[in-house]
Design a protein around this ligand. Structure first.
Ligand SMILES: NC(=O)c1ccc[n+]([C@@H]2O[C@H](COP(=O)([O-])OP(=O)(O)OC[C@H]3O[C@@H](n4cnc5c(N)ncnc54)[C@H](OP(=O)(O)O)[C@@H]3O)[C@@H](O)[C@H]2O)c1
Length: 315
């Protein structure tokens, strides 16, 4: 879609999305509060806070599509931070007359009664974070129905990919241990099927939702890279790296004990229920409608490990 494409949030997905859109010849603004990052061809950095109404309006001026890839920096502290952030982006997109593409998660489903679960599976949030995401999800589509904004949302599962420091399982420290063939200590049950999303697929999926007319007015599960168990995925990483690893689970009681002193660990323990039951989003609607699936898994793993090696070599 011609016009300016404004992305709020230059994190794990927003930055990749900016490069994808700029490579299509689109004009891209990439927004965050901290200082601008490295130069990206075709991308204009804007520094400011989305919750500042006049700044958000300036960031969205002339935009045809606004993507919300922002997230509060503290996983242990969403209440009172997430709502104003998401409402501010939604309202600024509405005032600009732009389409809003919301990057979202799966927390609103709670413990899904079936797996794979699709976009029609009832939302039964079972934790505070899920209830918060459900509230914002409902607000988004109510605003769409009222005609305040043309909205769509792309829902991803837990991330892996280049530069995923905030992922639940596959982070740079874990890539490092895989490359070294060391034991991995995971914070949840490794032997239950669980979906993982490859961040370049997530970014590409959002670009599609920003472009295609039929994307508007409903949520979409973005292409899913892996639907096996966490252990199988970690072992596949190790096989591609040419190493052998052991996977051990940190017991929940230990997490809860540390969680008394750390709001981050407490929040992780609270959300570990997602690995208690099979938890695989069905991305069939997206694949059938847009004809796009995920990157082949081994290709995604190789690119992730190559990026980790390159980042380490450059440090
Ligand atoms: N992490 C996962 O595994 C995962 C999986 C599935 C879905 N998701 C969802 O994906 C979405 C994005 O999360 P993420 O983990 O990709 O984000 P992230 O990497 O943590 O990046 C968040 C970005 O938002 C910016 N930001 C935060 N507050 C802002 C504000 N007030 N104004 C402007 N920019 C602001 C941050 O920069 P500054 O701090 O400099 O402003 C940062 O660039 C969230 O909805 C999340 O729930 C995450």
């Amino acid at each position: 879609m011609q016009g300016i494409h404004t992305i709020f949030g230059a994190g794990q997905v927003g930055t990749q999305l900016a490069s994808i859109l700029a490579a299509q010849g689109l004009r891209v603004r990439l927004v965050r509060r901290s200082a601008p990052g490295p130069r990206l061809p075709g991308v204009t950095w804007m520094q400011g806070d989305a919750t500042d109404r006049s700044f958000a309006d300036e960031a969205c001026r002339g935009a045809s599509v606004v993507y919300n890839c922002a997230n509060p920096p503290d996983y242990g502290h969403w209440e009172g931070v997430l709502q104003p952030l998401y409402r501010a982006v939604r309202e600024a997109a509405g005032r600009a007359g732009a389409r809003l593409v919301q990057l979202d998660c799966l927390y609103m489903y709670g413990k899904p009664p079936v797996s794979p679960f699709d976009e029609r599976t009832p939302h039964q949030p079972c934790r505070d974070k899920g209830r918060l995401r459900e509230e914002l999800f409902e607000e988004l589509y109510e605003a769409h129905r009222r005609g305040d904004v043309q909205a769509t949302s792309g829902h991803a599962s837990d991330y892996f990919g280049p530069a995923t420091p905030n992922a639940m399982l596959l982070r740079p420290d874990v890539y490092e241990r895989i490359l070294a063939g060391r034991t991995l200590y995971v914070l949840s049950d490794p032997d239950v099927p669980h979906g993982y999303s490859y961040t370049p697929d997530v970014a590409r999926g959002l670009a599609v939702l920003g472009e295609r007319p039929e994307a508007v007015g409903r949520p979409w599960h973005l292409p899913l890279a892996s639907a096996s168990t966490s252990r199988e995925l970690l072992e596949r990483f190790a096989a591609r790296a040419g190493t052998t690893i052991k996977v051990r689970r940190v017991p929940l009681w230990a997490l809860r004990t540390v969680g008394v002193f750390s709001s981050l660990v407490s929040a992780i323990a609270d959300m570990s229920y997602q690995w208690d039951v099979p938890y695989v989003p069905d991305d069939g609607d997206f694949r059938r409608t847009f004809g796009i699936g995920p990157t082949p898994l081994d290709e995604a793993i190789d690119a992730t490990l190559a990026d980790h090696r390159a980042t380490k070599a450059a440090a």
